[in-house]
Design a protein around this ligand. Structure first.
Ligand SMILES: NC(=O)c1ccc[n+]([C@@H]2O[C@H](COP(=O)([O-])OP(=O)(O)OC[C@H]3O[C@@H](n4cnc5c(N)ncnc54)[C@H](OP(=O)(O)O)[C@@H]3O)[C@@H](O)[C@H]2O)c1
Length: 431
């Protein structure tokens, strides 16, 4: 056997402990796969006294992970603390400056500081791996960077946040409101006490920014990702989606449009004839469309100690073999900047739900507002009749520009027969 690969782990929470458990439990297998021992030499977290569910015997404890990153006792530093800057960034930078390879699961850090860290790794001829940062256990970084490397990728889209997918699935299957399901998900530990990173779509957009750069060879442009979350999705819309042959999913999608890249994250209607419409619960799925390979779909658990540890250890195995593809799929100096495509320029079909007073002339006013903006209606559902309560009117709109829809809806919202703010959900055109 060759020399052991000496590993320092910064952060021993869900993922850090899971990674150590995997390395200990599958030690023989990892030895056979790498021809080396994967040896955890150093660990760091805040609380030394906590039981982490693995044996720490023979490991050096560091109160300060930055000091650990500088120490000579390891070849690779695994950053599993989290956060877009602060201690996580300092630990990664210090490790790279001290000649250590780095593995991280930290999408927030990479979405904002990815290029500077890649530059630091490249200039020191070191590997920076991050499989676990996108879609947890799904080996999507490796798939794009290596398995699909011969293709021009035209589009990539996916369900990238298990918490949101779990909430939307529970809402549909249990017929429960968003707030109810979120509360339960928090109790079960599926959602954070502060859920906005997940439910407001930020986590998905960080992952999409990384996937987009990898897929298209473009600079990471997190701030250009148009982002909406799932808080506004109601049971009523979930029911109508079913009736119309759709499922509502929080999708991240990046696509070449002319010379630009459109990057967007929002809940949308997905036709039930597409496999991704049936990816439920905490599962993630990513579809990559290449010019030669065609359509490929990858599915698996996007979070949790086991799936995430699986991805971290795959990165460590690559490092043990000294396998190194360009970190962002192409060399850093060949990454290109592309123009950002504003959401107002987006073209597609739309679902609109209006709550209206059931009075003569209401529909005529609504259709006139759409007509004035050249928006044409494909179909309309107006069912219950009540003189006292608001009734839903559901409209399916043909392909049009988002700015035209927005202008129509702002006019419609001023009609005194329209009782609530209109709900608009994009119908995603998939291939
Ligand atoms: N959880 C998932 O399913 C998942 C999936 C994909 C990617 N990720 C990413 O993986 C990373 C870790 O996530 P996690 O869920 O494992 O987080 P976590 O359970 O909150 O664990 C964070 C760890 O960092 C340690 N820590 C915090 N501040 C520290 C400091 N100043 N010095 C030393 N240690 C410090 C904590 O120590 P104590 O334990 O002593 O408090 C804890 O062990 C994040 O970047 C996350 O985005 C997570």
């Amino acid at each position: 056997m060759s020399d052991p690969l000496r590993i320092a782990i910064a952060g021993l929470g869900n993922v850090g402990s899971g990674t150590a458990q995997l390395i200990q439990q599958n030690a023989d297998l990892l030895g056979k796969r790498t021809g080396r021992t994967l040896k955890i030499t150093s660990i760091s977290a805040r609380d030394k006294s906590k039981d982490r569910g693995f044996s720490t015997s023979g490991m050096n404890w560091f109160d300060d992970p930055v000091v650990m990153a500088r120490d000579n006792d390891s070849d690779v530093l695994v950053e599993l603390i989290g956060g877009e800057d602060g201690i996580a960034k300092e630990v990664c930078e210090e490790a790279l400056k001290s000649g250590k390879h780095v593995v991280t699961a930290n999408k927030a850090l990479l979405a904002v500081n990815g290029e500077s860290l890649v530059s630091l790794a490249d200039s020191n001829n070191l590997i920076l791996n991050y499989e676990a940062a996108v879609a947890g256990g799904i080996p999507i970084v490796k798939a794009i960077r290596e398995g699909l490397a011969g293709n021009n990728i035209n589009r990539i889209y996916g369900i990238l946040n298990g918490t949101c997918n779990y909430i939307l699935t529970e809402m549909r299957l249990q017929r429960r409101a968003f707030d109810d399901v979120l509360l339960e998900a928090q109790k079960l530990g599926y959602a954070e006490a502060e859920p906005s990173m997940d439910v407001d779509g930020i986590d998905t957009s960080q992952k999409l920014a990384l996937l987009s750069s990898l897929a298209f060879g473009t600079k990471i442009n997190f701030s250009a990702v148009y982002t909406e979350g799932i808080r506004r999705i109601s049971l009523l819309d979930i029911d109508y989606a079913e009736e119309l042959g759709f499922r509502i999913k929080l999708l991240g999608s990046a696509q070449r449009i002319g010379a630009g890249i459109e990057q967007r994250v929002y809940p949308c209607m997905v036709d039930q004839s597409f496999p991704i419409a049936h990816v439920d619960g905490a599962y993630n799925a990513v579809v990559v469309i290449g010019d030669f390979v065609g359509n490929t779909m990858f599915q698996g658990l996007g979070a949790g100690a086991g799936p995430t540890a699986s991805a971290v250890v795959a990165d460590l195995i690559d490092i043990s073999h000294k396998r190194q593809a360009p970190t962002l799929g192409v060399t850093l100096n060949s990454l290109i900047s592309t123009s950002e495509i504003e959401i107002g320029e987006h073209i597609g079909p739309y679902y609109v739900r209006l709550m209206v007073a059931d009075r003569p002339g209401v529909i005529a006013d609504i259709t006139a507002a759409f007509r004035d903006e050249n928006v044409s209606i494909e179909s309309m559902i107006q069912r219950s009749r009540s003189t006292t309560e608001a009734v839903p009117v559901i409209l399916n709109l043909h392909d049009c520009k988002e700015s035209e829809i927005q202008r129509s809806l702002s006019k419609i919202s001023t009609l005194n027969t329209v009782i609530e703010q209109p709900t608009m959900i994009r119908i995603e055109t998939l291939s």
